[in-house]
Structures are given as structure tokens and as C-alpha cells.
Design a protein around this ligand. Structure first.
Ligand SMILES: Nc1ncnc2c1ncn2[C@@H]1O[C@H](COP(=O)(O)OP(=O)(O)OP(=O)(O)O)[C@@H](O)[C@H]1O
Ligand SMILES: CC(C)(CO)[C@@H](O)C(=O)NCCC(=O)O
Ligand SMILES: [K+]
Length: 246
């Protein structure tokens, strides 16, 4: 019999790996930037016997982790995007093409509200997904804040950026401030369009914001949007609880 302390929920994104024990799945996850660093963490925490993982990387990239787990008798449960689960229906014809992080964030959100909702996951990419009555209506994939800045700086010769983030949208008077505020304007635009889009058909709805860059959405705090620590990990927790304890 496994306990919740022995179970680790692992969200493998394009930039980083976030993980948390099932016993405290609502807290802020730990983060490692490489699979190697994550494996080292596992070595130091031998009480972990079971992983529930979601990965948006190629299978070959996570193969060494699987091999490590096989050698150390750690059970790996990999969750994949489904046509339907937990009362949520996917709109993709080929569900294998939908990033499992999007699916899991929706699985978590559908448990948190009965209203139509939007999930915005801001990381390497910004994904936006619309759900009403348990039906995924469709969504958007846009570049994330860092990806945007990176693409801009890479494809121009005289534009450069720094790592400073504006909390408020301002007018830049240096190249760096123009870039940071331009990318923030684009992020705010995604949010504004998402709100406008769901408002076309619904008066009452929730907007959930999650992901490593959710703090860029601090400007939404007065209009009822909900900032969630990590909805992908919370979605994994639902699968883990169902599989282990239901
Ligand atoms: N070297 C880097 N490469 C990419 N993003 C970086 C880098 N350094 C800092 N960041 C920041 O981290 C954000 C992604 O953070 P994090 O990995 O926590 O988000 P995420 O939602 O988990 O993304 P993913 O699931 O794609 O890994 C980027 O949007 C960016 O602001
Ligand atoms: C869009 C990302 C990169 C966001 O992490 C991920 O969900 C992904 O790789 N998706 C595959 C394409 C799709 O969801 O249609
Ligand atoms: K993400």
C-alpha cells in the first residue's frame, strides 16, 4: 500500500520540471531546470516509490528518467491526453496532439468551478483553453513572455533586452524597457482577448491563470481572475488519487 508521501507528481515542461508530493499537492512545487538535477533529487529522496508524470517533451528525452526509475524500482505512471475523463470532453479529433499540460490544467479547473471557464497557462508558451458544460471548446497557443523576447532579440540586430519585468504596463524610453513593455502588452492582449471571447457566449465565467509566468498577470487581480499555483500538478493529483485510492 503506497501512502501520499511516497507519491510524487511531476510536470515536465519545455523549460523546467515541477514536482510535489501527493500529500501536499496544493503547495508551490519545487522546480529543477534539467532532468539530471531531478534524478539527483530522487536519489536523495528514496522514500518516493511512485511517480505520476506528464511530459510535453519527446519520449526520447525522458527515456533516461524511465531507465533510472526502472533500476531503482520506482513505479512510473505517465498520464496522456484523453478524449474524455473526469467529466471533461476534448475537442481535438487527434487527442494525442494536445499537450498533456493543457489537458491536466483543465482537469484541475473543471473540479474547481461549475461555471464556463478559461485556463491560461503562462510558461514557455501561453496556452488558453475554453471550457463550458464539461466540453473543451478549443483554445490558443501563443509564445510565452520569454520566448517572445528571445525571438525578437534573435531576429533583429539592434534590439536587446534585460531580465527586468514591469509590474505595470508603461511606455519605454530605452530599448530594454520598450521590449519588456511590448511583450507585457502582448501578454495582456492575450488575456483581454480571452475575456472578450468567453464573454460573447457567457455572462458568468471563471478565468484561471497558472504557470511559471502567472505573476505577469498580477494586473488581473481586481477583475476576479484566479491565480493558481500549478494546475498541471493539481490535475496529476486527480489522476493519482483515482488510480491509487479510488
Ligand atoms: N532560460 C530560460 N528559458 C526559458 N524561460 C526562462 C528562462 N529563464 C527564465 N525563464 C522564465 O521562466 C518562464 C517559464 O517558467 P516555468 O518553466 O516555471 O514555466 P512553465 O509554465 O513551467 O513552463 P514550461 O511548462 O514550458 O516549462 C519563462 O516564460 C521565463 O519567463
Ligand atoms: C503548447 C505547449 C508547449 C505548452 O506547454 C504544450 O502544451 C505542447 O507541446 N502542446 C502540443 C501542441 C498542442 O497542444 O496542440
Ligand atoms: K506550460
Amino acid at each position: 500500500m503506497v501512502t501520499e508521501q511516497q507519491v510524487l507528481l511531476v510536470d515536465i515542461g519545455n523549460t523546467s520540471i515541477k514536482f510535489l508530493r501527493l500529500s501536499n499537492f496544493q503547495e508551490i512545487p519545487q522546480s529543477k531546470s534539467t532532468l539530471n538535477a531531478f534524478e539527483q533529487w530522487l536519489t536523495r529522496n528514496p522514500e518516493v516509490t511512485t511517480l505520476f508524470i506528464s511530459s510535453v517533451r519527446q519520449t526520447a528525452v525522458t527515456q533516461p528518467l524511465r531507465e533510472y526509475c526502472r533500476q531503482n524500482k520506482i513505479v512510473v505512471n505517465e498520464i496522456n491526453t484523453e478524449q474524455s475523463a473526469f467529466g471533461l470532453l476534448n475537442s481535438y479529433k487527434d487527442v494525442s496532439k494536445m499537450g498533456v499540460d493543457r489537458w491536466l490544467a483543465m482537469i484541475a479547473a473543471v473540479h474547481l468551478t461549475h461555471k464556463p471557464f478559461v485556463v491560461i497557462d503562462a510558461g514557455t508558451a501561453i496556452t488558453v483553453d475554453f471550457v463550458a458544460d464539461g466540453q473543451h471548446l478549443g483554445g490558443w497557443i501563443a509564445p510565452g513572455f520569454y520566448s517572445m523576447k528571445n525571438a525578437l532579440v534573435t531576429s533583429t540586430q539592434k534590439v536587446f533586452s534585460d531580465d527586468e519585468i514591469s509590474n505595470q504596463l508603461q511606455l519605454g524610453t530605452t530599448t530594454e524597457r520598450c521590449v519588456a513593455n511590448g511583450c507585457l502588452a502582448a501578454v495582456q492582449g492575450v488575456y483581454a482577448r480571452a475575456r472578450a471571447q468567453i464573454s460573447i457566449n457567457f455572462e458568468d465565467f471563471d478565468i484561471f491563470i497558472t504557470g511559471g509566468d502567472k505573476n505577469l498577470f498580477a494586473f488581473t487581480c481586481n477583475d476576479g481572475s484566479i491565480l493558481a499555483a500549478n494546475l498541471v500538478v493539481q490535475g496529476l493529483a486527480r489522476y493519482a488519487k483515482k488510480q491509487l485510492f479510488a
